[in-house]
Design a protein around this ligand. Structure first.
Ligand SMILES: Cc1cc2nc3c(=O)[nH]c(=O)nc-3n(C[C@H](O)[C@H](O)[C@H](O)COP(=O)(O)OP(=O)(O)OC[C@H]3O[C@@H](n4cnc5c(N)ncnc54)[C@H](O)[C@@H]3O)c2cc1C
Length: 483
């Protein structure tokens, strides 16, 4: 850690001041300003108190650990890492970035598919140590943005409360909510961002905003807030009564041909249309093996059984899990909790099967014949498609009841090139077929029209917020909203 004391700061300010003075000699626009005016408007080095913020550089012992992200494929080495402990620390981090003229990326849970919470040459503002949670009288909960999902579930489930959110234990609540956020409870209670009631955010100038109600900034953070114009430090969420149990239904099919996989997919689309809102389903084609998952938490399971029985009749194996207590059941979906090599991305949001029918021969035969490719389609729909939620957020894809993802995982870097090649071939096929709507939280660095794909009709609104909160474009990553 670069342990700065007050004398060091003074030195840095002076050095910064010298740099600034030399720069200003050759910078024409400033020549009309008085020396005093230049000094007053020049960025100042903030006082970095260790209870608010610690700054690390490559030589520091803590630096390596702080550069670890969930995706081992993307290794980056920032110039500075600001580990923040509260909102004041984040303000100081932004002022530090302004003083040093650094670009900023934001890190909470570190699960960005494409490494957007790390950088090679700027400042990482890392809020992952900020983990306070506080319950309010109305069952809402205010959390700092370093919290990860399993910490939230550990806090909420013993109190019989839930937040509709994702399933993977180590995903950050911040990144997930700011891009939308969906999971097992979303068809009933909406996206995670629909439960977001208030935020505290530090903008690209270092100003603090407390936003609630009909605020345009809060709206922009519900689907459009990932590392675009501010660093969210606190989130207040509405919570819901947790269901008593959770049940899973699985149908499996092996050694699939393209024809059989296609016919099962078509059938899956047909039956998921009628699923109750308490249910969720995923069609997971992993090479030649298919798993269809259905989950439910309502006592009445008639709707679910109809789908299960129809699919069971054409599957190789089908099982119904017992009714398990929610906390225990959710843990079985926590997934891998350590960094891995992978490439995942959205493979489109769809209205129904007809939208993809024309490219399914190519897509499925590629998935079946390539090592390590997984094609998955998940149900959205239900109360995600709500007009009141639409008005309060910038998530543009509510009318799409299906969200798909392409995934590939491997063990050694030597496997990367062939995996990425096959992956891209499938993505190209979807693009050629006209699939354009994509989920911001499942980014692909190769998406050609990523801004409209992620934000649709809300892009102009988001650009206006960016202009208002971060006109210098200090906060940016390879797919952030441009000024
Ligand atoms: C294994 C796995 C499982 C997943 N499961 C689900 C799921 O069930 N449902 C779902 O909806 N999504 C899921 N996702 C996607 C997930 O929502 C995104 O990857 C999300 O962006 C991760 O957030 P993070 O805080 O962990 O990541 P980070 O890498 O820290 O951040 C992700 C993005 O958000 C920005 N960001 C982070 N914190 C802040 C902040 N405080 N203020 C402003 N911007 C910030 C970053 O700049 C970056 O662009 C999953 C991802 C993985 C890897």
């Amino acid at each position: 850690m670069a342990n700065y004391n007050r004398r060091d700061f003074a030195k840095l300010v002076i050095l910064g001041g010298i740099g600034y003075t030399i720069f200003s000699c050759v910078d024409d626009p400033k020549k009309d300003k008085t020396a005093k005016e230049v000094e007053e408007t020049a960025p100042k080095m903030p006082e970095l108190l260790p209870e608010n913020i610690k700054i690390f550089q490559k030589a520091d012992e803590e630096y390596q650990d702080l550069t670890i992200r969930f995706n081992k494929r993307i290794q980056q080495a920032p110039t500075f890492i600001a580990q923040c402990f509260n909102t004041k620390g984040v303000v100081d981090a932004i002022l530090f970035a302004k003083f040093k003229d650094l670009k900023v990326v934001v890190k909470s849970g570190g699960h960005s598919f494409e490494g957007f919470s790390n950088t090679n040459d700027g400042l990482v503002i890392d809020v992952s140590a900020m983990k306070k949670m506080q319950w309010n009288d109305d069952h809402s909960v205010t959390v700092e943005t370093g919290c990860i999902l399993k910490e939230l579930y550990d806090e909420m489930l013993p109190k019989q409360r839930i937040l509709p959110s994702g399933s993977c234990a180590t995903v950050g609540i911040a990144g997930l909510t700011l891009g939308g956020g969906y999971g097992f409870f979303s068809r009933k209670y909406g996206l995670t961002c629909d439960s977001l009631q208030e935020i505290t955010m530090v903008d690209g100038n270092g100003n603090i905003h407390h936003e609630s109600g009909n605020s345009a900034i809060l709206k922009a953070c519900k689907g459009g807030g990932n590392g675009n114009f501010g660093i969210v430090t606190k989130m207040k969420f509405r919570t819901y009564q947790a269901p008593k149990f959770f049940q899973t239904y699985r149908c499996k099919a092996y050694k699939l041909t393209t024809e059989r996989a296609k016919s099962l997919l078509k059938m899956w689309f047909q039956y998921t249309k009628k699923l109750p809102n308490t249910a969720f389903s995923a069609f997971v084609l992993n090479g030649k093996t298919l798993t269809i998952l259905i989950t439910n938490y309502a006592t009445d399971n008639k709707g679910v059984m109809k789908m299960y029985n129809a699919l069971k009749a054409v599957s190789d194996k089908a099982t119904i899990g017992s009714k398990r207590p929610l906390q225990k059941a959710l843990k079985t979906f926590y997934g891998v909790q350590h960094p891995i090599y992978f490439k995942n991305a959205c493979a489109g949001l769809y209205k129904d099967y007809t939208e993809i029918e024309g490219c399914m021969d190519d897509v499925i035969s590629k998935v079946i014949s390539s090592r390590g490719l997984i094609y998955q389609v998940n149900t959205l729909g239900g109360n995600i498609n709500s007009s009141s939620a639409e008005k309060r957020s910038v998530f543009p894809h509510r009318s799409y009841p299906y969200l798909s993802e392409l995934q590939s995982y491997w063990d050694k870097p030597s496997q990367e090139a062939s995996r990425l090649k096959a992956f891209q071939e499938v993505q190209d096929r979807f693009y050629k077929h006209g699939i354009r709507a994509h989920y911001r939280n499942y980014p692909d660095i190769n998406f050609k029209d990523f801004e409209t794909s992620y934000y649709g009709k809300y892009l102009p609104e988001l650009k206006a917020i960016k202009q208002q909160l971060d006109p210098e474009n200090r906060i940016q990553h390879p797919q952030s909203i441009s000024v």
